[in-house]
Design a protein around this ligand. Structure first.
Ligand code: HMG
Ligand code: MG
Length: 294
C-alpha cells in the first residue's frame, strides 16, 4: 500500500456535531469543549456556523463562542458562512477561515439553504471577495457527493461540475461531504476518478459521515489514492439537521486509531482527545457512539 506519511485532521465536532443536537449546549460548555480540543494537536477546528439562527438555533451563539475561546497559536479557528450576512458576522467575530457550502444535489441545496446550487454560488461570490480582501481563506464544501437523502445516488460528474464552479469563483480548497454516510470505498474511488484532475488530490478534503460504519475504510482507500486531509468529529458527534437519518461524522478516535495502525502520523494526542470527549459527553448527558472507536 502506498500511504502518505502523515494526514491532516480538521475537528468539526463543535460545528457539525453540535448543530444537530436537539438541545442547545451552553456557551460555557462549548467554550470548554473547544478549549480542550485546542490541546489535542488539530491544525484546524471548525468551531461554529454564522447561519440563520432560525434555521440552526443550536449555533445562534456563534459570536459569543468565538469571543470566549482561548485561541492556541498555530490552530486555525474556522466557521461556516452561507451568505454575506454570515461573512460580516464571522469577520466581526475574528474567524481565521470561513467555509461556504453548497451541494451536488438540487433538492438538498434547497432544503439546506433555500437556494438552488446556482443561487448558492452567486451568494458566495461577494463572500469570497470580501474574505480574500480581509486575507481570510475560504473552504468550499460540496454536500451529497455520493448520495442525497432526497434524490438518492449522485453521479460523480455532478460533483465534478460543482467543483468546477467553486473553482471558478475562487474558493481556496474543496471539501467533499458524504452527508448521509453511505459511501463505500469503491464510491470514493469513482469520486476521485471524476474529480482528481480538477484539484490536486492531496489538497482535497474528505468529510465523511459514518451512518453505515464504513467511513474509516473509505478514508483508508482515499489515503491510498493520495488524499491527506480529513474532517472528523470528537467521539462521532454530529449529523446534519437537513439530512434525515444521517448520523455523526466519522469519529476522530476511529481515524486516529486507523492511522496509528497504518503508520500514518496524525499528531493528535489521544489522551487530550479523551478529555474533550468526556467533557462533551458530560454536557450532553449521554455517551457518544464513537467514544471507544479507537
Ligand atoms: P433564508 O430564510 O432564505 O434567508 O435562509 P433570507 O436571506 O431570506 O433571510 C431571512 C432571515 O434570516 C432574515 O432575518 C435574515 O436577516 C436572516 P429576518 O429579517 O427574518 O429577521 N439571516 C441571517 N441571520 C444570521 N446569519 C446569517 C443570516 N442569513 C440570513 N448568515 C440561509 C437562507 C442560507 C440563511 C438559511 O437557509 C441558513 O442559514 N441555512 C443554513 C443551514 C445549515 O446551517 N445547515 C447545516 C450546515 S451544512 C452541513 O452540515 C453539511 C456539511 O457538514 C458537509 C456535509 O456533511 O455534507 C458542511
Ligand atoms: Mg457534515
Amino acid at each position: 500500500m502506498d500511504l502518505p506519511d502523515s494526514v491532516m485532521i480538521t475537528e468539526v465536532g463543535p460545528r457539525d456535531g453540535l448543530q444537530n443536537e436537539p438541545e442547545v449546549v451552553s456557551v460555557d460548555d462549548k467554550v470548554r469543549f473547544i478549549d480542550l480540543l485546542s490541546d489535542c494537536g488539530f491544525p484546524e477546528i471548525e468551531v461554529t456556523a454564522f447561519v440563520s439562527p432560525k434555521w440552526v438555533p443550536q449555533l445562534a451563539d456563534a459570536a459569543d463562542v468565538l469571543a470566549r475561546i482561548t485561541r492556541r497559536p498555530g490552530v486555525t479557528y474556522s466557521a461556516l458562512v452561507p451568505n454575506l450576512e454570515g461573512w460580516h458576522r464571522a469577520a466581526d467575530a475574528g474567524v481565521d477561515k470561513v467555509a461556504v457550502f453548497t451541494a451536488a444535489s438540487e433538492t438538498f441545496s434547497q432544503r439546506n439553504t433555500n437556494a438552488s446550487i446556482a443561487e448558492t454560488l452567486t451568494r458566495f461570490e461577494p463572500v469570497i471577495a470580501a474574505a480574500h480582501e480581509a486575507g481570510c481563506p475560504v473552504r468550499g464544501y460540496v454536500s451529497c457527493v455520493v448520495a442525497c437523502p432526497y434524490e438518492g445516488p449522485i453521479a460523480p460528474e455532478q460533483v465534478a461540475a460543482v467543483i468546477r464552479s467553486l473553482g471558478t469563483i475562487g474558493v481556496d480548497e474543496i471539501d467533499l461531504g458524504d452527508t448521509i454516510g453511505v459511501a463505500e470505498p469503491s464510491d470514493i474511488e469513482s469520486l476521485l476518478d471524476a474529480v482528481g484532475s480538477l484539484s490536486a488530490v492531496e489538497d482535497l478534503v474528505l468529510h465523511l459521515h459514518d451512518t453505515q460504519g464504513r467511513a474509516v475504510d473509505c478514508c483508508t482507500r482515499a489515503m491510498e489514492r493520495g488524499v491527506r486531509r480529513f474532517d472528523t468529529s470528537c467521539a462521532g458527534l454530529g449529523g446534519c439537521p437537513y439530512a434525515p437519518g444521517a448520523t455523526g461524522n466519522l469519529a476522530t478516535e476511529a481515524l486516529v486509531a486507523r492511522c496509528t495502525e497504518l503508520g500514518v502520523t496524525t499528531n493528535i494526542d489521544p489522551t487530550a482527545l479523551d478529555a474533550a470527549a468526556t467533557a462533551i459527553e458530560n454536557s450532553l448527558g449521554r455517551s457518544l457512539p464513537g467514544r471507544n472507536a479507537g
